[in-house]
Design a binder for this molecule. Structure first.
Ligand SMILES: [Fe+2]
Length: 301
């Protein structure tokens, strides 16, 4: 078997509002649009993903929370209805997804060998969380590429931040090794919002964009600083600033997907492609891409 490789990573946040704004047939609630800047950003990301032709999409979601260890979807086909518990008025999505169980098992095993507590999720009736579903829908609404879903152990919230993120670093290394050994051509999706300060009340019309703007100016400035550094390829500098960013902007990247993805890619200091930025109930969201083929760090198909 040829060695597998990671061909790209995307920062692919999961506000369910984006699915609601798009009105796909799978989502029950209907809207008159909204959050277009971010939905257009995802259109650009969908086009570059199409060119990459991956075998599998791996997604780490903060909203599949497993306090005991890191879990992996381990059922070949999963279907059901995913509901956002905070915004059930916006997101009730009928999903049907195909899991790359062999790769998921390899990730689980490699992570265990690196000392992490891990488990395969084998419940055939499992209701996949809205974070996983939203990120996957926004990146690939055709649902024709198998996926690996990884839970958030949320160790950075229970342990000291550096200890928790160190676990995510190990999870990333394990993921890369599993991809290499199984010969997959893989794309990683970090399902994280940046600044996570948000409004506490929803407008009467949720998609009324006259009500949408950053909730916190300092958080907005942080987002711009981090995005600018990432666009310049200053990954090391971003990771140096990460604890302060997480603390001051309440950044959702604390839950670990961002660190997992960068660790798996080897923390490349390459410029990110920014597909777009926008706020959702005041939180800051960027759709960004690190294309390892363009950077010469992976091979074209
Ligand atoms: Fe979230």
């Amino acid at each position: 078997m040829a060695q597998g490789q990671i061909v790209a990573g995307y920062l692919a946040p999961h506000p369910p509002h984006l699915v609601y704004g798009e009105n796909p047939p799978q989502n029950e609630p209907k809207s008159r649009g909204g959050w277009e800047q971010l939905r257009w950003a995802y259109e650009r990301a969908r086009a570059t993903l199409e060119e990459l032709k991956p075998d599998v999409l791996l997604v780490h979601s903060p909203h599949w929370i497993t306090q005991q260890g890191h879990h992996f979807l381990g059922v070949k086909e999963l279907s059901g209805k995913s509901v956002d518990p905070i915004f059930p008025n916006l997101f009730r999505y009928s999903f049907n997804l195909d899991v790359d169980v062999e790769l998921a098992e390899a990730c689980c095993e490699e992570a265990r060998e690196l000392g992490l507590t891990t488990k395969m999720m084998r419940n055939p009736n499992f209701r996949v969380d809205y974070g996983t579903i939203t990120t996957l829908h926004m990146m690939r609404p055709q649902w024709d590429i198998p996926v690996v879903g990884i839970s958030a152990n949320n160790s950075p919230y229970y342990l000291k931040l550096d200890e928790g993120l160190e676990e995510m670093d190990r999870l990333g290394k394990a993921t890369a090794e599993a991809i290499r050994k199984t010969g997959r051509r893989a794309v990683l999706l970090a399902s994280n919002t940046l600044c996570h300060w948000h409004f506490h009340e929803e407008p009467e019309i949720p998609e009324d964009m006259s009500m949408e703007h950053p909730q916190d100016y300092n958080g907005y400035l942080w987002d711009m600083k981090i995005i600018e550094l990432l666009r310049q390829g200053k990954t090391d500098e971003v990771f140096g600033l990460l604890p302060d960013f997480i603390q001051e902007a309440f950044a959702e990247i604390k839950s670990g997907a961002f660190t997992w993805m960068f660790s798996a890619m080897g923390y490349p200091n390459i410029p990110a492609e920014l597909h777009g930025y926008g706020t959702v109930i005041g939180t800051g969201n960027a759709v960004m891409e690190w294309n390892l083929i363009k950077a010469g760090l992976a091979q074209a198909a």
